[in-house]
Design a protein around this ligand. Structure first.
Ligand SMILES: C[S@@+](CC[C@H](N)C(=O)[O-])C[C@H]1O[C@@H](n2cnc3c(N)ncnc32)[C@H](O)[C@@H]1O
Length: 287
């Protein structure tokens, strides 16, 4: 080892310490992922290569990524441009929400409600973003087809690219729209993770969220319920007989969203919890 050029092993350890000191939540994992990305290696390959000295160019690439994580507070998924959701890899861009593990609750709920994987479902995903909900559902139901709607044209391009890369493009269509407005079909399964953060919570969000998730994917008015108020009164006409709609909610919103649904004439089938035991998904049906 040469004093001016730390080995990979030393650099990973010192990077972890930098991330920890900066208050980053998962310093060990982030350090490995960023160093691997800078060196064009799979994270698992770091161990075998870990006592080689780094070139100046490699150190500069690593430094650039660490500056984005530490000073820019950019999540690793955004730096890498990809995120795993439902064990599938989704490409993400600044135009789409970084898919959250909590949203997998909707896919789990769909599988419980509709255990026949061979069913030729029609699926609608309102506010599709990266396409993670629609495409995960299509992956589980190989005879299903569906539509992802988003107001953001650039998000739709990301979703369409994900559909191609996952081999699901033939069964997925992406359209620009204002929630369900203008759709004339009926669907067996409606998935929706709308924006649901209250404006009043804006200042308390982690910088990783506030600075890097698109605000059109986060905020929904003074109390965070505006999107439900718009979508739910229009939902019954989009549901096929025996169809179900699965809406993601914030952990404290089950009662308020159920009330909006009730006033909209919908039946509240059940509330599903996420892995942490928090209310996360409202299951709705037409009456
Ligand atoms: C919370 S993100 C969910 C993205 C993705 N479904 C997921 O779960 O990761 C909400 C999405 O709704 C979209 N959106 C916001 N207002 C909309 C509207 N009026 N009509 C359709 N989509 C809208 C946003 O662009 C964003 O992609």
């Amino acid at each position: 080892m040469n004093a001016a050029s730390p080995t990979l092993h030393v650099l990973i350890r010192s990077s972890e310490q930098r991330l920890r000191a900066a208050g980053i939540e998962s310093p060990q994992l982030d350090a490995r992922l960023l160093v691997a990305a800078a060196l064009n290696l799979e994270p698992d390959a770091l161990r075998v290569a870990d006592d080689r000295a780094l070139t100046a160019a490699e150190r500069a690439r690593i430094e650039t990524l660490f500056a984005r994580r530490i000073e820019g507070r950019e999540p690793v998924s955004r730096i890498l441009g990809r995120r795993e959701f439902w064990s599938l890899e989704f490409r993400i861009s600044p135009d789409v929400l970084d898919p959250r593990p909590d949203s997998e609750t909707l896919i789990e709920a769909a599988l419980t409600l509709f255990p026949d994987h061979a069913a030729p479902f029609r699926i609608l995903d309102l506010g599709t973003g990266s396409g993670c909900l629609l495409l995960s559902a299509l992956h589980e139901y190989p005879n299903a087809a569906g539509i992802g709607v988003d107001a953001n044209e650039k998000a739709l391009k990301v979703a369409a690219a994900n559909a191609s890369h996952l081999g699901l493009a033939a069964r997925a269509r992406f359209v620009r729209g204002d929630w369900g407005r203008g759709l004339a079909e009926r669907f067996d399964l409606v998935l929706c993770n709308p924006p649901y953060i209250a404006e009043s919570e804006r200042a308390s969000l982690a910088p990783e969220v506030a600075r890097h998730d698109p605000h059109g994917a986060l905020f929904a008015g003074r109390d965070g319920l505006d999107a439900y108020r718009t979508i739910l009164p229009d939902l019954a006409r989009l549901l096929a007989p025996n169809g179900r709609a699965l809406f993601e909610i914030g952990a404290t919103q089950a009662q308020a969203v159920s009330e909006i649904a009730r006033v909209a004439g919908l039946a509240i089938v059940e509330i599903k919890r996420d892995l942490a035991g928090r209310d996360r998904c409202v299951v709705l049906a037409a009456r």
